[in-house]
Design a protein around this ligand. Sequence first.
Ligand SMILES: [Zn+2]
Length: 223
Amino acid sequence: MLVKKAFRFELMPKGGHIRRMKQSCGCARFVFNRALAYQKDLYESDKTSRFSYTRLADFLPAWKKEFPWLKDCHSQMLQQSLKDLGSAYRNFFSKRTGFPRFKRKGVRAKSGLNRSILDQGWYGFRRQLEYKLAWKGGILVAVTPQNTSRRCPECGYVSAENRQTQAEFRCVACGFEENADLVAAINILRAGLARIACEVNGAVMPSAVGTHRGDQGTCALVR
Ligand SMILES: [Zn+2]
């Protein structure tokens, strides 16, 4: 079987990097728009004119003189903007897309992106997880989160007081101490295992069952 994998990486830039990236994007957008405006004017006066990367690239030194802040941006990025415009023109002439449009500030696109993340949110995440697991030969077992962060994995005592801070778990009944995330992970794993055991046995169990050690037995009793 031929499996094609795609990898997507997310950059996690910090303060200065973000500023610099925004600045570069601004310069690239400026050059793209200016080149497009020039190209449109040219086409208006001469309908036989074609897009020429070299002709536009020759303008770059003059534009940098006129707008000195363009010099802060890497010259290859500005050249890439012109190449992108070239691709947009090629796509237009081969009828793949519409006529190249001026690039606007990214605000609108970003609000759309935020909305799509909100729309997709957990549903998309869960679907991805299911898909990846199936690919690797695993299964996804959903458990109710109820009490998973409050139940002591050692003695089973459930209390909000077991969780004094966000990070630390300390059982007020038996004194068991552990990182709170780890405790939740243990409880979730047990709940999931109990759920699988019950499904294998064809038993019905309340979803909250299985969050501590003794609960695997509850499932057998239901059967
Ligand atoms: Zn305890």
